[in-house]
Design a protein around this ligand. Structure first.
Ligand SMILES: *[C@@H]1O[C@H](CO)[C@@H](O)[C@H](O)[C@H]1NC(C)=O
Ligand SMILES: [Zn+2]
Length: 394
């Protein structure tokens, strides 16, 4: 039997100080953007999700297939499972509607996955709302799903390199914490209400998954007692893709993680990696004075005594939060103007903003997973900045 490192049992706030390395400027500049993959008409990642995908319909199955095949074909090191449930809904005339959560997991190669690994969970819902008829839900949440696919793909090789390097150095067991951390993408089904939002008519997939993950327990000798308790942080992306998003910091207990992400955003902006920035080389004219940077995560400086609105926005985090999981909720306030209307479609996405979110998600997860030094710095540099001359060039 294996005794686990005490570091595994430390609360998140202390763990944070153990391993969280900021990405260097050159790594930030080397991160690939999603580019054509986010084309709304034929992009490999986003366009297949931009169809109605109400649970139990053909559209839902087609999107499920797209999402699971992305991992099985492009990222075979990720383990993909479906967590299924059924429920009667207010519009199903007594029939059971199927819901399938998609769970893609990447753990260190030596992990058993039976309670010896904790994970960063990146989460979005892939279902769309029944009404209005033909509703697409581009910000809600096709674009966030595509951002997570992009993140998984960008992190994949760096994760491989990091774990190979740890293995080669033989420090897998010495460092109980770093050697036992994985990452998980949760693409949840049935977030939307079928009729009107109530506790019973909403969050079908999330409620089922949280319940199942709490109830299934690992052996008493495991570092973690259930799949639910392996979640280090539940990062929920929702309603993203409109221009000028404003994301409050909702929860005091995860404000430190919010601040880490805000810091990554600030540094990506400084490195001219944010396409939506008014100071991006494509926007700022030659000789023009730099403009103020409008931060997506604008509450980095929030105080304990300020107003914390956590809990007022009902979303897929609720069944997890009720069971003690720490939440970072990335949802805009106010909601997008197109929210729950036919205008929430591909054409109304602000693509620079969508790409920036993808980039920021990658940077945050890479820092969380301690991946500095494991990216291929020579790869894909859409924007270069000539630091010596203080100039910016495309
Ligand atoms: C879950 O449902 C999907 C259809 O949505 C099906 O293809 C799959 O086999 C089911 N998986 C399990 C484990 O029951
Ligand atoms: Zn919605």
């Amino acid at each position: 039997m294996k005794l686990f490192n005490a570091a595994l049992l430390l609360p998140a706030v202390i763990r944070e100080t153990l391993a969280y390395t900021a990405l260097s400027d050159s790594t930030l500049r080397s991160l690939p953007g999603p580019g054509d993959n986010f084309d709304i008409n034929n992009g490999a990642l986003l366009s297949p999700i931009l169809i109605p995908r109400v649970p139990g319909t053909e559209g839902s199955l087609a999107v499920q297939k797209h999402l699971t095949e992305f991992f099985s074909q492009k990222l075979p090191k990720w383990k993909v499972t479906l967590q299924n449930s059924t429920s009667v809904t207010p519009t199903s005339n007594g029939k059971e509607v199927p819901f399938a959560n998609i769970i893609a997991t990447r753990d260190p190669p030596w992990a058993h996955g039976d309670g010896d690994v904790s994970r960063l969970a990146l989460v979005a819902h892939y279902d769309s709302k029944l009404t209005p008829n033909g509703f697409i839900g581009a910000t809600d949440s096709a674009a966030p799903c595509a951002m997570l696919l992009h993140a998984a793909r960008t992190l994949d090789e760096a994760l491989t390199k990091k774990w190979e390097s740890m293995d080669a150095q033989g420090d897998v067991d010495d460092d109980g914490l770093e050697g036992h951390r994985g990452i998980q993408i949760l693409l949840l089904d049935g977030e939307e209400a079928f009729r009107t939002w109530t506790h019973d008519d909403s969050l079908y997939g999330a409620r089922s998954l949280a319940e199942e993950w709490e109830a299934s327990s690992y052996s008493a000798w495991s570092a973690y007692h259930s799949p639910l308790s392996t979640i280090e942080l539940f990062v929920l992306l929702d309603l993203l893709g409109e221009e000028n998003p404003k994301i409050p910091s909702y929860f005091k207990t995860t404000h430190w993680a919010y601040q880490k992400m805000a810091e990554a955003e600030k540094r990506l902006r400084e490195q001219k990696m944010f396409k939506s920035s008014p100071n991006h080389p494509s926007k700022l004219k030659e000789g023009e004075a730099p403009k103020g940077e409008p931060m997506f995560l604008h509450e980095g400086g929030k105080k304990d005594t300020d107003r914390w609105a956590g809990g007022f926005v009902e979303d897929d985090h609720l069944p997890f939060m009720a069971r003690g999981v720490e939440i970072l909720h990335l949802i805009t306030s106010p909601f997008p103007r197109t929210w729950h209307t036919m205008d929430d479609d591909g054409e109304h996405l602000h693509m620079d903003t969508v790409e920036d979110w993808a980039m920021l998600t990658v940077a945050f997860a890479a820092e969380w997973m301690d991946l500095e030094g494991f990216f291929d710095a020579g790869k894909a540099q859409p924007v270069k900045r000539n630091i010596d001359e203080g100039k910016t060039e495309l």
